[in-house]
Each structure stands twice: as C-alpha cells, then as structure tokens.
Design a protein around this ligand. Structure first.
Ligand code: PGA
Length: 245
C-alpha cells in the first residue's frame, strides 16, 4: 500500500503526518506500507518511521551514481538517505518531464536496482488511448520499453503500477473490472517475456483516485496486489483506512 505525496507537504507537515499515521497502521500485518514524500522530506520521514512498519520511498531517480547533474538525485543518494523504493515513469513525469523518451524508464529502473532500491514502474493509458481502443497496445509498449531488457533476476525485484491517466486526481476510479483487465494484460506480457512463474510473482498495484471507500472493492480483485495512492495518502486517517481496508 503505497502513498505518493507528489509535491505536497513541508518537513514539518511530514513530521505531523507520521506522528498520527504510525499508530493507525501499527497493527497492519497483511501488507507492506510505503510513503513517497517529496525528496526534501525524505530525511524527516525516515527519522519519523524508524522502528515502525512504514517504509519511505522517492518519486523519481536520476540514472547515474553521482556527477554534475544540477537538481537531480541518484539512487545512491536516495538509498543513503534511507529510501527503500522509488516510483519510476509516473504519468506526470512522462507528460511533463520527458520520462516517456526512449530508454528513460529502463535506465532509471536499472539505476534504482543497482542502488538497492525497489522500483515501482508506472504504466497507463491516456483517456484518448482508452477511447481509441489502444489500452492494451500502450500498456504492452510501456511495459516493454521499461522492463523488457532487464535480466530475470532484475525483473523479480520490480513492482509495476497500473495507473490509467484519466483516473489520476480526477475522482474517476477505474472500475475493479477495468483495473483487473489491465493487470491481466500486464501479467500476460510479463509471462511472455520472463515466464509464468515470474509473472505470477509480479506485484501489480492499481493507482488512480483510490479512496477509503473504494479500496476494499478494488483489493477484492484477484489481480490486485496493492494500490498507489495520491490525494488520499496526504491525510493520515484517510490513508490508514486504505491500508486497513
Ligand atoms: P490520485 O493519484 O490517487 O490522486 O488519483 C494517484 C497517483 O498519481 O499515483
């Protein structure tokens, strides 16, 4: 159960979030719990979650260990700061920051793995693509671009998030059936490239307007291994309800 705070919350907001959130999810043993705050808040989040069942991740990674790359953070820096995971190829990064350019997602995924971080690789179609009947094609294309060149050993460490772009921040959640069908497409492609056991073991999260009142229905789908939550992860009560669905 992963939260993506995007560009919200100061270090002080981060400390007050965890002061409430940690106890609300302390008993949760059915899942892993992850919060991905802005990079500037990572240190505060790591301190605030030390000794708890909550992990901290980043929202982006630069492919490369260190160097003259103003404004960027490598996997090595994120790992050193205490991150365990990193979101890669989120649709907002694909749309506004060139993450859909060839090889970007692949290179970032490899960089994350080399740094010892678990990559959460996002794929998902735009509304026009869904309406034009291109969902499957887009999912397969993004999956292949990002992950097809990984070794089997690398692929085993990757988490995929299906995030239909039309459902992100819009209040329009994919129906459990739509989400489930898309997960099945991704798993089928994983099987074609890496074999059935790897595909069965792959964890696929759903993201896009997940809220406390729809988490249970979504999670009831067999294909659903977890959720990636934006807006509803900003409030400790609301995200704890999703975690404890
Ligand atoms: P949302 O965002 O839950 O606010 O729709 C999801 C995401 O972008 O990961």
């Amino acid at each position: 159960m992963a939260g993506n705070w995007k560009m919200y919350k100061t270090p002080a907001d981060t400390a007050s979030f965890f002061a409430k959130f940690n106890s609300l999810v302390a008993a949760a043993q059915h899942c892993e719990i992850l919060i991905c705050p802005p990079t500037l808040d990572v240190t505060t989040a790591v301190e605030a979650t030390r000794g708890t069942n909550v992990m901290v991740g980043a929202q982006n990674v630069y492919p490369g260990k260190e160097g003259a790359f103003t404004g960027e953070h490598s996997g090595y820096l994120l790992k050193s700061a205490g991150c365990t995971h990193v979101i890669i190829g989120h649709s907002e990064r694909r749309q506004f920051f060139h993450d859909s350019d060839p090889e970007v997602v692949f290179k970032k995924t490899v960089a994350a793995l080399e740094a010892g971080l678990t990559p959460i690789v996002c794929v998902g179609e735009m509304l026009a693509e869904r309406e034009g009947g291109k969902t499957e094609e887009i999912l397969v294309q993004q999956f292949r671009e990002g992950l097809a060149s990984l070794t089997a050993e690398q692929f085993a460490k990757v988490v995929v998030a299906y995030e239909p772009v039309w459902a992100i921040g819009t209040g329009k959640t994919a129906t459990p059936q739509i989400a489930s069908d898309a997960h099945a497409v991704i798993r089928k492609e994983a099987a074609a490239l890496f074999g059935q056991p790897a595909a069965s073991a792959l964890r696929i999260l759903y993201g896009g307007s997940v809220k406390p009142d729809n988490a249970k229905t979504l999670m009831a789908e067999k294909e659903m291994n977890g959720v990636l939550v934006g807006g509803a992860s900003l409030d400790p009560e609301s995200f704890s309800k999703i975690v404890n669905y």
